[in-house]
Design a protein around this ligand. Structure first.
Ligand SMILES: Nc1ncnc2c1ncn2[C@@H]1O[C@H](COP(=O)(O)OP(=O)(O)OP(=O)(O)O)[C@@H](O)[C@H]1O
Ligand SMILES: [Mg+2]
Length: 429
C-alpha cells in the first residue's frame, strides 16, 4: 500500500494511521500467523481477552480464551483461508467462553495476510460484537410469538362468541319445545284411563252387569273410545314437538361442529326444500315473534329440493329474523310489524344462485351504518353484541355466497339479501 505523500500531514505516516485504528476502534481487529497465533491486535481485542495491552496477546490463540465449540471452527476457518487464499466475509459466529461467561455473538470478516512477495503468512480480521443486536432479534422473535399467540387466542375467542351467540339463538326454541311437552304431559288424559281401569277393577266380579245396568258403567265404553282418540292426538302432538326439539338440538350440534372446524373446510351439504328451511328458521324465533306480535309473510315459490349447507343457512336466517324482529322496537303502537321472507332461484353469469331475502318494516339503517353492520362488535342495541351479522357474513362467504344489507334510511325498514351459489353438479334432484 503506497499513499501519495501529500495525503499525510507532516509527521504522520501509515503506521500512525494503523496505530490510531488499533488503539481506538471498538471492533476487534487482529493479525495472526499461520498457526492462528496473534501477532498484533486492537486494544479492544486485547481487552476482550482480559489483557491490558495488545502486547500481552502476542503468541496467544483463540484456544486460550474460547471454548472448543468456538475456537475450533474459527481456527479451521483461518486454516482454510491460508490454504485457499479466499476471504471469509460477514460470518455470524456464536462465541463460547472457557471461563463460563454467557455466549456472545459476533460478525466476522477474515482475509489472508500476505508478505511483500504475496505469500500468505497468516490471516487478519475484524470482528464486531453483535450480541446486543442478537438480543434485540431474540426479543423481536419473542414478541412476534406472543403476538401470534394473542391473535390465535383472539381468534378462538371470536369462534367461542360465535358459537355461544348462535347456540343461544336456538336454545330459546329448545326451551319452548321442552316446556310445551311438559305442559302436555301434565295435562295428559292418561289419568282418565287410570280412573276408568280403577272403576273396572272395582267391578271385576260383575263387570258385565256393571256395564249393562250401572249408569256410570253404561257410559264407560263411550268414554274409553273418546279417551283413546284424545290420547292418540296427544301422542301425535308430543311426537311432533319432540321432532322439532330434535331438529333444534341437531342444529346446535352442527353450529358447534362447524365452528370447531373453523377453517371452513367442513361443508355438510344436503338436499333440502327452501320453504322448510325458512319454517325452521322462523320456528327458532317463534316465541319472540309472537310476543312482539310480528306478522310474517312468506313469498316463496315452489322450488325444487336444492343441495345446500343447511346449518350455515339456518344460522344466517335465524340471525336475520332475530335482527328484523329487534328492528321493530320503539315503533308506535299502531305500527303493524311485518317481516317478509322471499326466495328465488336466479340464473347468474357463474351459474344458478339461490337468493333469500329477509325484509322488515322496522327502524331501518342509516346510510353510514350500512357497511358497518357487518363489523364484528358493531351494535346499536343496548343489549346487543354485534356478533350476529359478522358471523352471518362469514358463513355466507364459507358457502361461496354473499350477504348484503339494504335500507332507504332510518325509519324505512331494511332488507338483507343472501345469495348462495348452487353447485351445478350437485344441483336439484
Ligand atoms: N333488520 C335490521 N334493521 C335495522 N338495523 C339492523 C337490522 N339488522 C341489523 N341491524 C343493525 O346492525 C347491528 C348489528 O347487528 P348484529 O346482528 O351483528 O348485532 P346485534 O343484533 O346488535 O347483536 P347480536 O350480536 O346479539 O346479534 C344492529 O345492532 C343494528 O344496528
Ligand atoms: Mg343480531
Amino acid at each position: 500500500m503506497t499513499a501519495a505523500p501529500e495525503q499525510f500531514p507532516a509527521g504522520v505516516d501509515e503506521r500512525d494511521l494503523l496505530r490510531a485504528l488499533l488503539d481506538n476502534s471498538p471492533d476487534h481487529i487482529y493479525f495472526k500467523d499461520r498457526q492462528s497465533r496473534f501477532i498484533k491486535s486492537s486494544a479492544a481485542q486485547a481487552l476482550q481477552f482480559g489483557m491490558a495491552t495488545p502486547d500481552g496477546l502476542v503468541g496467544k490463540s483463540d484456544f486460550d480464551v474460547f471454548s472448543d465449540a468456538h475456537a475450533r471452527p474459527a481456527f479451521e476457518d483461518e486454516q482454510a483461508i491460508i490454504r485457499t487464499g479466499l476471504p471469509m466475509v460477514g460470518k455470524i459466529e456464536r462465541e463460547t467462553w472457557m471461563d463460563g461467561r454467557p455466549d456472545t455473538w459476533a460478525l466476522t470478516t477474515k482475509m489472508p495476510l500476505r508478505n511483500r512477495d504475496g505469500e500468505i503468512i497468516g490471516t487478519f480480521g475484524i470482528t464486531k460484537d453483535i450480541s446486543d443486536l442478537k438480543e434485540a432479534e431474540r426479543r423481536i422473535g419473542e414478541v412476534h410469538r406472543q403476538l401470534v399467540e394473542a391473535s390465535r387466542l383472539a381468534g378462538m375467542a371470536e369462534i367461542a362468541t360465535n358459537v355461544l351467540h348462535n347456540v343461544g339463538n336456538v336454545l330459546n326454541s329448545v326451551n319452548i319445545s321442552a316446556g310445551l311437552i311438559v305442559d302436555r304431559l301434565r295435562a295428559s288424559k292418561l289419568k282418565g284411563l287410570a280412573r276408568a281401569v280403577g272403576l273396572m277393577d272395582e267391578h271385576a266380579g260383575d263387570l258385565g252387569d256393571f256395564l249393562m245396568r250401572d249408569t256410570r258403567g253404561k257410559l264407560l265404553p263411550g268414554y274409553l273410545r273418546e279417551l283413546a282418540q284424545a290420547l292418540e292426538a296427544e301422542q301425535t302432538a308430543i311426537a311432533e314437538e319432540l321432532g322439532l326439539l330434535a331438529r333444534s338440538v341437531d342444529h346446535i350440534k352442527e353450529v358447534v361442529a362447524t365452528q370447531q372446524s373453523y377453517a371452513g373446510a367442513s361443508r355438510v351439504v344436503e338436499s333440502l326444500k327452501v320453504d322448510e328451511l325458512l319454517d325452521d328458521a322462523l320456528r327458532m324465533n317463534v316465541s319472540s315473534l309472537t310476543r312482539h306480535k310480528v306478522e310474517v309473510v312468506k313469498q316463496v315459490p315452489d322450488l325444487p329440493a336444492l343441495t345446500l349447507d343447511r346449518h350455515r343457512l339456518l344460522q344466517i336466517l335465524v340471525n336475520l329474523i332475530s335482527n328484523a324482529k329487534h328492528a321493530m322496537r320503539g315503533a308506535p303502537p299502531d305500527h303493524s310489524a311485518c317481516i317478509t321472507l322471499g326466495a328465488a332461484l336466479l340464473e347468474g353469469a357463474g351459474g344458478r344462485v339461490l337468493r333469500i331475502t329477509v325484509a322488515d318494516n322496522g327502524e331501518g339503517i342509516a346510510p353510514e351504518n350500512l357497511v358497518r353492520v357487518f363489523v364484528h362488535g358493531f351494535t346499536t342495541r343496548s343489549n346487543g353484541h354485534g356478533f350476529g351479522l359478522h358471523s352471518c357474513a362469514l358463513a355466507a362467504r364459507e358457502m361461496g355466497g354473499t350477504l348484503s344489507a339494504h335500507s332507504e334510511g332510518a325509519g324505512q325498514g331494511a332488507t338483507f339479501v343472501l345469495d348462495v351459489p348452487i353447485d351445478p353438479q350437485e344441483g336439484d334432484r
